[in-house]
Design a protein around this ligand. Sequence first.
Ligand code: ASP
Ligand code: MG
Length: 435
Amino acid sequence: MAFGYVNTRTIECLKMSTPLVFKFGGASVKDAESVRNVAKIIRLFPHRPMVVIVSAMGKMTNAFEEVVGHWSTNDLALAREKIGTIRQFHFAIIEELFDDPKDLLAEIQELIDQVQYGLEQTFLSYSEGYDYIVHHGELIATKIIAAYIGKETPTVWQDTRLLVHTDDQFRRATVRWEETARAIKSRIDQSKVNVVQGFIGASSSGKPTTLGREGSDYTGAVFAYCLDADSLTIWKDVSGMLNGDPKIFQNTTKIDRLPFNEAIELAFYGASIIHPKTIQPLKKKGIPLHIKSFINPTAEGTTIGDVDRAIPEVPNFILKKNQALLQLKTKDLAFIAEHHLSAIYQLFADQGVVVNLMRNTATKAVFCINHDLIIVPKVRRELTGLFDLELVPKVELLTIRNYQKEDELRETKGLNILLEQRTPEVVQFVFKRFE
Ligand code: ASP
Ligand code: MG
């Protein structure tokens, strides 16, 4: 398969009007200047139909989460204060972008009023209230961006709540694919740029839901899948997918092409560049995912797709911070057997403990888990009666895929390694930093 925008497959699809699907995250719409930049990128692609998935502006989802926090503890004055800040943030951007912003300001004010109204719904469960309040970040962002793009390009604002149908598991809703595909296919306007909200959907009774934090990459995959798109492009503030987080590792390299399976593996080990659920629907239909820089939109970026191997083939480095090492020992020194492990994993699954590495010996089972400050103490209490238990907090997990000896030596130098596990492809170290 050929990659990039101008190839024979793309040209064929242009004839068939296969939509171009773009996703812009919070960092790409964080202020007036970046909204102008998004419009500029869209103008580079006069292709229709186009679907543009947008998430909340800048750090607005965190701000809405603060509102939820105050609402849930009934601190409504604090909640209103935060809503005031959110309103101000968006109003300032609108005033910078539009000469005559009156109508748009009124529209956004209506959405802000809806958030205020949400504060009175004290009978809602935490998760339902969360989705109701938080999803306004995406509604507001897309109203602004659609209006701005619409100044020069035929654009339609679409309500994702009518397009992405989900179950009613608030905060982590699951997409109902058949209804979603039907709605998306019938409602997308073939002649325009369709601006839609990422991250959100609605239950069958029409209540707003969300797909989990950072879920708008996944929304991009949902649209690309349902529309049989030629590709999905996620626009980021980095030049593509690197083989490690440049804030943590030195001498990182951009990966030009990556097989779907490797992308899934990297997401599994904790590479945070794409939401882990994003790849599966794309892989099913062989739809390539381009990760490109919104700062340098004509540069090549990374393509994840149906290729045999990564180009270039380089080791990948992934660091997970905020881990804990939980060691369980049988009280009577009996062997750790299947029934012990099954009970432990059942408890982990019920409580939502994320296990990133596990190893057992004759009488011990050791787990490297995400150190969630609410869940872990709970699980610890439940296990104390059954096992002798030791918990080492403040550890980190380093994973190197396709490792060479020198990578391993360089990255582990000076670390206090507590546990090591290796296969021919992957080596992992649980370690503590010397303080
Ligand atoms: N705005 C949502 C979040 O910050 C979804 C996303 O950005 O993908 O989690
Ligand atoms: Mg976001």
